[in-house]
Ligand binder design. Structure first.
Ligand code: PBG
Length: 323
């Protein structure tokens, strides 16, 4: 036997030398939930370690993150009032718009991404406006997203991230942003976003559970892979700067497909359910937390992701620091 792969695993030094993939702290994005009502700023019980912040609290959190090396955040808003047409979403003085202004004023270099969707702002909890049959109307919903995106751009956002899965929204957003001179605002499209059970804890955090039905008429069917390629190709053609696969762990094959097919940066969203299941197992002593988190995060890099959106960003940066 001439070939013995174990030779290169004998010590930490040689293992580090031949290590193929690394999680870069610079690639991590921390999601932040920002609330309008002060009383809503509290820990999220289904996501141990994650809280909802007021605008001031979000600024303080952003400062901590930045100091640790996490220099990008993804904002979600929880408004005080909801209605059928998501009015609080495109309010120029809405909670996300105020958070963007405050964070950019405090930390101009923080790279601020705003999730763009209607589900946190509608009283029925769906991602858009409903037709008389209770189905989400595509084009009317896109018009609202465009309206909201303009207010985010005016507030100084770096990136808008449409997570609604309506058809044609990237094209509509790009044209509208460009027409108003916001050519510098990037679009990170949730392109292959599946109708997943792993968003459960998020819906508690963002108070966005649909009041009836589910999201299967707009989010993708989990067994489909070719369709993901089609969705991603459309978003690239329509002008997306970054395309995203979501959730992460159960869809690593889709991340790899995306990496091998497109030449734009690929983002993966390590969603709330992936966070919560790990935290639950860690809390029970069933998993070694640090090792499990590191192993999970490097799986995204190995699968081909450039950007990792994860609730573990702060925790990871605290242990590993900026590289
Ligand atoms: C909004 C949105 C969701 C998530 C991100 N943006 C929820 C959903 O589609 O139901 C999920 C994020 C997570 O679970 O961490 N549409």
């Amino acid at each position: 036997m001439h070939i013995r792969p174990r030779r290169l695993r004998r010590s930490p030094v040689v293992r580090a030398m031949v290590r193929e993939h690394h999680v870069r702290v610079e690639a991590l994005v921390q999601p932040l939930f920002v609330v309008e009502r002060e009383t809503d700023a509290a820990p999220i019980s289904s996501m141990p370690g994650i809280s909802r912040f007021t605008v001031d609290g979000a600024v303080a959190e952003a400062r901590e993150l930045f100091a640790l090396g996490v220099r990008s955040i993804l904002l979600f808003g929880i408004p005080e009032s909801k209605d059928a047409i998501a009015s609080s979403n495109y309010d120029p003085n809405g909670v996300v718009q105020r958070a963007i202004r405050a964070i950019k004023a405090a930390l101009p270099e923080m790279y601020v991404i705003a999730d763009l969707c209607n589900c946190e702002y509608t009283d029925h909890g769906h991602c858009g406006v409903l037709d008389p049959n209770g189905d989400v109307e595509n084009d009317a919903t896109v018009a609202l997203l465009v309206r909201t995106a303009i207010t985010y751009a005016e507030a100084g956002v770096d990136v808008v991230a449409p997570s609604d899965m309506m058809d044609g929204r990237v094209e509509a957003l790009r044209s509208a942003l460009d027409a108003r001179g916001f050519t510098q605002v990037a679009i990170m499209a949730y392109s292959a976003k599946y109708a997943s059970a792993f968003y459960g804890p998020f819906r508690e955090a963002a108070d966005s559970t649909p009041q009836f039905g589910d999201r299967r008429s707009y989010q993708m069917d989990p067994p489909n892979a070719r369709e993901a390629l089609r969705e991603m190709a459309l978003d690239v053609e329509e002008g997306a700067d970054v395309i995203m696969v979501k959730p992460g762990l159960p869809y690593l094959d889709i991340v790899r497909l995306a990496r091998d097919t497109f030449d734009v940066p690929i983002a993966v969203y390590n969603v709330s359910g992936e966070y919560s299941m790990l935290q639950a197992a860690i809390a029970n002593g069933w998993l070694d937390g640090e090792r499990a988190i590191d192993e999970m995060l490097v799986s995204f890099v190995r699968a081909g992701a450039d950007i990792i959106i994860t609730y573990f960003a702060k925790e990871y940066a605290r242990r590993h620091g900026a590289r």
